[in-house]
Design a protein around this ligand. Structure first.
Ligand SMILES: [Fe+2]
Ligand SMILES: [Fe+2]
Length: 302
């Protein structure tokens, strides 16, 4: 199995000042941050306008929460784009045809552009990525999974999912230049996801590859089934919510309904790719849905 180290935890800390100037010239044409804002998404984007617990705290605290949530979104995007370059590099090396190799080279260059655009909105990078289970999962996947597994997990599932996510971020963003950036990313990601849909053939997978996909997908779906984890964690931290308030918040935000919608989106991505056996296995384990009771129970245990 080929191996590609993503260096998720440290690559952004290893800098080369001489090359920075060269990169700046190449990235000159990209839409970048005009000025920093304290946050780029309003309270209503997260459903916080419907939450008395949020509405009743002073404006400075509301603003601090929105700023933290905004930073979390942008930082996560930053690390995902950074990992996207490593994914492209691995796929370039593993390409079996002339067209594949050229295509993945284009994709890797686009991920590098995405990274540069997102980076311009971050004046600092926190250490949150070190404990972000999705980022750790993503880097582990890129590092260890074979090409056939990555085509499905990264291009069909995660880039398809990213497409929905970035579209929503673009639609609800309060800053025109960030909106422009996000729209450009959506356009490119549609191409990355589309290529995955063409390349993925469930019937050509070996039994071992199918098993690796179902294992990886199971882990990912269980992460999605946790619902709005970083939102709740942030609210808990700033508003000192007790467990009863966490439950009320999840109900008010209709977390179960929204999580189920996300799971259905993921299921429809798999359907469109023709991953019938894989879907069957996930359905047998009920992983494309979550009940409200289950969701509340998860937070009771956290
Ligand atoms: Fe990207
Ligand atoms: Fe991508």
């Amino acid at each position: 199995m080929k191996y590609c180290d993503v260096h998720m935890d440290s690559l952004h800390l290893k800098r080369n000042d001489l090359l920075e100037g060269l990169l700046k010239k190449r990235e000159n044409h990209l839409p970048k941050a005009q000025n920093y804002k304290p946050y780029y998404w309003e309270a209503s984007t997260y459903g916080l306008d419907r939450l008395d617990l949020f509405q009743n705290v002073p404006l400075e605290i509301q603003s601090a929460i929105l700023s933290r949530l905004s930073q979390l979104r942008l930082e996560e995007a930053y690390h995902i784009e950074k990992a996207g370059i490593a994914f492209g590099a691995k796929m370039i090396l593993e390409s079996q045809t002339f067209e594949e190799r050229k295509l993945y080279a284009h994709f890797a260059a686009e991920e590098s552009e995405h990274l540069a655009m997102i980076e311009s909105y971050l004046d600092h990078i926190t250490e949150d990525h070190l404990t972000n289970s999705f980022l750790l999962y993503l880097s582990d996947l890129i590092k260890n999974a074979p090409k056939e597994v990555l085509v499905f997990m990264i291009q069909v599932v995660l880039e398809g999912w990213g497409l929905e996510h970035y579209t929503e971020l673009a639609k609800t963003c309060n800053d025109p230049s960030l909106q422009k950036t996000l729209k450009k990313i959506v356009q490119d990601e549609a191409g990355h996801h589309g290529a995955g849909m063409i390349l993925f053939k469930e019937s050509q997978l070996s039994a071992q590859q199918t098993q690796m996909i179902t294992q990886a997908l199971r882990v990912f779906l269980n992460m999605v089934r946790v619902g709005p984890y970083s939102l709740i964690t942030t609210l808990k931290q700033y508003l000192k919510l007790d467990s009863q308030q966490v439950t009320q918040t999840l109900i008010k935000l209709q977390a179960a309904k929204e999580t189920n919608q996300k799971l259905l989106t993921l299921r429809s991505l798999a359907i469109r790719s023709g991953a019938n056996k894989i879907i069957q296995e996930m359905d047998n384990l009920n992983l494309y849905s979550v009940t409200e009771n289950k969701l509340l129970a998860i937070y009771g245990e956290l």
